[in-house]
Design a protein around this ligand. Structure first.
Ligand SMILES: NC(=O)c1ccc[n+]([C@@H]2O[C@H](COP(=O)([O-])OP(=O)(O)OC[C@H]3O[C@@H](n4cnc5c(N)ncnc54)[C@H](OP(=O)(O)O)[C@@H]3O)[C@@H](O)[C@H]2O)c1
Length: 332
């Protein structure tokens, strides 16, 4: 088939320099795979911005099309599990990392990366959640399984206005938890309160540099999206027997900490990975997203853009300015 389509391409122009452009591509340019998908919506995640700016930890080879999320209809399938017209989601695995991603009207991927769109969600709604919403949902589920219970006290969410953070605030509030939102954007306090946060913690108050090994017990649980000193401070401030999830490194990949919160307070640190999360875990979490965690304020969290507007939003997310979720309409 010689169909052409629109895609963002990131190209290396000189050592350390990368250029983004919207170009016309041909289906023959796509990698091999069992399922060809006409993408209707994608979304912008922090990892996409890293891929779109030449980060070799995310994408080794350029030219490249980023986009770790895609939702659309199956166009062709050599797998018995999918038929033309099926509404599907592809989120994570290698999509958008070293496989041509969702910032394009078509993707071609292995069938094992594809899942049916959960009943009750539209393609557009699925991308408002996207990898960020899925990661927030995994984090809340891990706290609940620990278990951390609403009556045990407040849950701290760091990077609260970002994609994962804002989704986590809303899902925790919907699940009956009292939420404290740590943010560097105090002007977005009302946004966070509207999502269900009961307390706003300024970023500078969420970082302790006293050198103390343990801090006053404040949080029954924590959902951390930023890493570094803020994660270390949150762990030192978690109550006896509490749990802290760790999914991101927006501030830093380091964790300046000692073992005392773990051996004196029994605090648990729970790692969250969405990229390689197996379908056996992924599908039940998406079903919870479509039912229990179907947010009444979903649209309030979302901003829809076209491919032409992607560039400016990639810069915004790299600067830590993202608020809520940016979804990409591939037909706009
Ligand atoms: N493990 C996984 O599978 C997985 C999946 C998805 C995402 N992630 C990771 O999770 C993190 C968040 O992703 P995202 O898509 O939600 O990104 P995002 O939308 O950019 O949100 C990150 C938020 O962190 C805060 N922040 C930014 N720079 C900071 C700094 N220097 N110090 C402290 N806080 C800072 C900001 O919120 P405030 O202004 O409100 O503080 C920002 O909006 C990223 O590191 C991403 O790679 C991991």
């Amino acid at each position: 088939m010689s169909t052409t389509f629109q895609a963002m391409i990131v190209t290396q122009t000189a050592p350390g320099q990368f250029q983004r452009a919207i170009v016309t591509r041909n289906l023959n340019d796509l990698p091999d795979g069992e399922v060809l998908i006409r993408v209707r919506y994608s979304s912008l995640n922090y990892k996409d911005a890293l891929s779109a700016s030449g980060n070799r930890g995310v994408t080794r080879r350029y030219p490249h099309t980023p986009g770790i999320d895609a939702a659309g209809e199956v166009q062709e399938s050599s797998s018995p599990d999918f038929s033309p017209g099926d509404a599907v989601i592809v989120s994570c695995y290698d999509l958008g990392m070293n496989t041509s991603g969702g910032f394009a009207q078509y993707i071609r991927v292995p069938a094992r990366w594809v899942m049916p769109l959960p009943a009750g969600l539209s393609l557009r709604e699925s991308m408002i959640y996207g990898t960020a919403g899925f990661t927030a949902a995994q984090s809340v589920a891990r706290l609940q399984r620990h278990p951390v219970l609403p009556e045990q006290g407040k849950i701290l969410v760091t990077g609260a206005t970002g994609g994962v953070g804002s989704m986590a605030v809303a899902m925790l509030a919907l699940s009956g938890f009292s939420v404290a939102a740590a943010t560097g954007k105090l002007e977005q306090a009302q946004f966070l309160r509207d999502l269900g946060a009961q307390e706003i913690v300024p970023r500078e108050n969420s970082i302790d540099r006293s050198g103390r090994m343990l801090l006053k017990e404040k949080w029954a649980g924590v959902i951390d999206t930023v890493g570094g000193e803020m994660l270390a401070t949150a762990i030192k401030s978690t109550r006896y027997g509490g749990a802290v999830t760790c999914c991101g490194n927006t501030a830093s990949p380091d964790l300046p900490l000692n073992v005392y919160p773990f051996i004196l307070r029994g605090v648990s640190l729970l790692g969250i990975d969405s990229a390689e999360c197996p379908m056996a875990v992924r599908i039940p979490i998406w079903q919870k997203i479509a039912t229990t965690w179907r947010l009444p304020n979903l649209e309030y969290l979302a901003m829809e853009i076209s491919v032409k507007e992607l560039d400016q939003h990639i810069e915004r997310i790299l600067q830590g300015k993202q608020k809520g979720r940016v979804i990409l309409n591939l037909d706009a």
